[in-house]
Design a protein around this ligand. Structure first.
Ligand SMILES: [Fe+2]
Length: 391
């Protein structure tokens, strides 16, 4: 076995009601005023009130910036950075979905580094982050344990990566996810599943990331269906929060593959799509699984079984390919479209979208099966028709 690194948040606190530990943790991390980064939806919902009560009860001073946008633009994150630079803050708390968490990471970079987000995306940054606590309110992105943030412009998406960008604390309280609407539960939960299965087949997977990805894949299929069907099911919600956290640690180290690259590929000046992150990846994932299956049949057969497919009596090849069918069944249960033509993709866009996949060079490099532009066009043609070869 080759030597490998594994990195994640410096500390993880998981469980219902764990928000009550926030003030004690912040007292260890800092002694001054705290900036809470969130968005208007969270600002009007329960989680922010809970956090405010905890900080108030402990006598901690804080201000709130709640202008974070979904799929954050570089400009929106720069506005949060300006807010923090104008104040005198000693720690950052990010409270929200993946977009808020990513914005909070950029803000924590700004506490200790000169320059702008655009500079850091291009050239990186040198100083360790200011004190940072990340608290997800969705069960999906796993961004609270990764070292990346994704920011959009009108033309493309840009990722800010750094080995310095792990938070001090990932505090995951599943109670925060209780009021998430069903369609967001589906979009974020399916993202977590894609993190787990892409990390599992990634060429950078390790024994540690495999263990995390396998456990996440065990938890997600039944619990995601149950949480989508009934948002009050807190057992399902708690299992989804745990699965998203495990998947986050897996892909934070093994990376994702062309499933995520295909999702990003829909955004371009010619298509102008702005699908939610998990949704954009999920609508192409069955075709990615079918394409990748022969590269690692053992792992794809395991994915099929974990997603609920009966693989007994099947050849290894057929078992591996049935991972695509299993994923499609999950999409149907979550009311996702069964083809990309249903979401506005037209046939003439396919060559451009296929070409865009190659912009995500690291995803392509980690993919278990080599890809060509021709193969990607064929993959998107199948997604367009909504029909796998094996169907
Ligand atoms: Fe993702």
């Amino acid at each position: 076995m080759k030597a490998f690194p594994f990195a994640t948040a410096k500390k993880i606190i998981f469980g219902r009601g764990s928000v009550q530990q926030l003030s004690d943790e912040l007292k260890i991390l800092c002694s001054g005023k705290i900036a809470i980064i969130t968005d208007e939806i969270i600002s009007k919902a329960g989680p922010l009130d809970t956090v405010k009560n905890v900080l108030h009860g402990a006598g901690l001073e804080y201000d709130i910036w709640d202008k974070s946008k979904s799929e954050p633009s570089i400009e929106s994150a720069e506005a949060a950075i300006q807010f923090v630079r104008d104040g005198n803050y000693s720690a950052i708390v990010g409270l929200g979905g993946g977009s808020v968490i990513d914005t909070a990471k950029a803000v924590a970079v700004a506490l200790t580094n000169p320059g702008s987000l655009s500079d850091w995306v291009k050239q990186g940054f040198t100083n360790p982050l200011g004190p940072l606590v990340l608290m997800p309110t969705t069960a999906g992105t796993g961004s609270e344990v990764s070292n990346a943030g994704v920011f959009a412009t009108a033309e493309s998406k840009y990722a800010l990566y750094s080995p310095l960008m792990y938070p001090d604390i990932a505090l995951v309280d599943p109670d925060f996810t209780r009021l998430i609407p069903a369609h967001i539960t589906a979009n974020t939960g399916i993202d977590a599943l894609c993190h787990a299965l892409e990390a599992y087949v990634s060429l950078k997977s390790t024994t540690i990331t495999d263990a995390l990805a396998l456990q996440a894949m065990k938890l997600i299929p039944d619990n995601l269906r149950a949480a989508y069907a009934c948002g009050d099911n807190m057992e399902a919600r708690t299992n989804m929060s745990l699965a998203a956290l495990l998947a986050g640690m897996a892909f934070g180290n093994a990376g994702t593959v062309i499933g995520h690259a295909c999702g990003y590929a829909y955004v371009s000046p010619s298509t102008k799509f702005h699908f939610p992150h998990g949704y954009s990846i999920a609508i192409t994932m069955p075709y990615v699984l079918e394409y990748n299956a022969i590269a690692n049949m053992e792992k794809h057969a395991t994915i099929a079984a974990l997603l609920g497919e009966s693989i007994e009596g099947l050849s290894l090849r057929d078992a591996a390919i049935s991972s695509a069918i299993a994923f499609k069944k999950l999409l149907a249960d979550l009311d996702f479209p069964s083809s990309i033509k249903e979401v506005g993709v037209t046939k003439d866009m396919l060559p451009d979208i296929a070409k865009n996949v190659f912009k995500s060079t690291t995803h392509v490099a980690r993919n278990p099966r080599k890809i060509t532009e021709e193969a990607m066009v064929k993959l998107f043609e199948k997604a367009y028709e909504g029909k796998l070869d094996c169907e």
